[in-house]
Design a protein around this ligand. Structure first.
Ligand code: XUL
Ligand code: CO
Length: 485
């Protein structure tokens, strides 16, 4: 299975395509953004890589459940129609640039483990461009036509904000060119407001007004770039919007600041004509002890309090859901019944590990529950499924990047197929309908229209006497659910 590594050879082009800029690598990389494409041969001036990044892998195909080929889909068949929609339209899968192309395998106890052939160990602009080309080739071969990014993982920082923005523009220009050729566009973009030490107290909730302003400038630019690339959503994940101790924290003031920040984002979005959905991604903690967007219900209450409900939806991440003590299904349903289900960061945690392990989802039962919410929601568009998931530290072959995504896509595809079976069978929906049928009555209608006062209800209680209480049929519901897996 390690044949790719053997086949891949780092091929360096020392600016033969661009003699004008041959003096230094960096100057060539800054000046040139154009690539030429022919029969999969991609040549880009100045990024030091010629030919394919994944030469041993061709476009991943659907081969059906009996296939033993790890580089094929067994359950995900993009064009197949299920429940009235093509599978690709139910999912709208996206590759997360930060995990797949910036994930190093490092953990708090150990050094990076990945050594992808295209990486040269630097965070240069040249490297950023080469990596971007690798990303588009990867997604095209995988058959995924969306991607998600943080501003910081696609381009290196400069010495000043102006230089940083210029670096981002240079990489974005290349991304735009690659997008035009591949038809791969951003599901969402975001600003990374948690890595740099300036954000140690938070970004929009920092105690420093200068940091608040800097974060605003960063979000402004990231929104512009997402808009320019045709992104369909924009995400706010408040990694450091929270506290370590309430003893040194004015929580009320910080939440007011966060609301002002998000309102300014709404205003700017309208100003630049960006029609994408703004998404809040709840997470209870990590890196802070307590994050303000704890879970879907907390985020909803926050949006309501500050009059922002109509302007935002939620990006539910399954691993964040379990960190907050809920199931992913609970978080999805909470978002859905409040009209807030906008996107899913598709991943899972480990049942024994208490932190955000960001694993690819492989549990078919879990995937079926996820898809139950998605189908009830009528899909996610303009949102989709972003694989906010990473290879395990110990998975170090290039092909593992493909296998992980294929496995995640197949698992969710099985979930969708199972939901179709559940719907066709109809007995679970019938069980739920029957459970509430006492409300399909005159009194039930009065209650559900909010018109039943306590006097009327007391009269009924006296008239009817002790109510009869039916079985909840939990085991039967579980039996029906199991039967489709
Ligand atoms: C962190 C997380 C982020 C967001 C984007 O737990 O999920 O990657 O999805 O900032
Ligand atoms: Co996420």
């Amino acid at each position: 299975m390690d044949y790719i590594r053997a086949e891949v050879r780092r091929k360096r082009v020392v600016f033969i395509l661009c003699p004008l800029f041959a003096s230094t690598r960096e100057s060539a990389a800054v000046a040139i953004d154009s690539c030429s494409f022919s029969n999969r041969e991609v040549k880009c001036d100045g990024d030091g890589w010629e030919g394919e990044f994944f030469p041993g892998i061709s476009k991943i195909k659907y081969e059906g459940p009996s296939s033993k080929n790890p580089l094929s889909f067994k359950w995900y068949n993009a064009e197949e129609e299920i429940l009235g929609k093509k599978m690709k339209d139910w999912f709208r899968f996206s590759v997360a640039f930060w995990h797949t192309f910036r994930g190093t395998g490092a953990d708090p106890f150990g050094a990076p483990t990945k050594s992808w052939p295209w990486e040269d160990g630097t965070n240069s602009l040249e490297m950023a461009k080469r990596r971007m080309r690798a990303h588009f080739e990867f997604s095209e071969k995988l058959g995924v036509d969306k991607w998600c990014f943080h501003d910081k993982d696609i381009a290196p920082d400069g010495k000043t904000l102006t230089e940083t923005n210029a670096n981002l523009d240079a990489v974005v220009a290349l991304a735009k060119e690659l997008q035009e050729r591949t038809k791969i566009t951003p599901l969402w973009g975001t600003a990374q407001l948690f890595l740099h030490p300036r954000y140690m107290h938070g970004a929009a909730t920092s105690s420093e007004v200068g940091v608040y302003a800097y974060a605003a400038a960063q979000v402004k630019k990231a929104m512009e770039v997402t808009h320019y690339l045709g992104g369909e959503n924009y995400v706010f994940w408040g990694g450091r919007e929270g506290y370590q101790t309430l003893l040194n924290t004015d929580m009320g003031r910080e939440l007011d600041h966060l609301a002002s920040f998000l309102q300014a984002a709404v205003n700017y979005k309208k100003k630049i004509g960006f029609n994408g959905t703004l998404l809040i991604e709840p997470k209870p903690q990590e890196p802070t002890k307590h994050q303000y967007d704890w879970d879907a219900a907390t985020a909803f209450a926050f949006l309501q309090k500050y009059g922002l409900s109509g302007e935002f939806k939620l990006n539910i991440e399954c691993n964040h859901a379990t960190l907050s003590g809920h199931s992913c299904h609970h978080e999805l349903e909470t978002a859905r019944i409040n009209g807030l289900l906008g996107n899913i960061d598709a991943n899972t945690g480990d049942p024994q590990i208490g932190w955000d392990t960001d694993q690819f989802l492989t549990d078919i039962g879990e995937a079926t529950l996820v898809m139950l919410s998605v189908v009830r929601n009528g899909g996610l568009a303009p949102g989709g499924f972003n694989f906010d998931a990473k290879l395990r530290r110990e998975s170090t072959d290039v092909e593992d990047l493909f296998i992980a995504h294929i496995s995640g896509m197949d698992t969710l595809a099985r979930g969708l197929r199972n939901v179709a079976k559940l719907i066709e069978d109809g007995s679970l929906a019938e069980l739920v309908r029957k459970r509430y049928q006492s409300f399909d009555t005159e009194l039930g209608a009065l209650i559900e229209s909010g018109k039943a006062d306590f006097e009327t209800l007391e009269k009924k209680a006296i008239e009817w006497g002790e109510p009869s209480v039916a079985s909840g049929k939990q085991e039967l519901s579980e039996m029906i659910f199991q039967s489709v897996l």
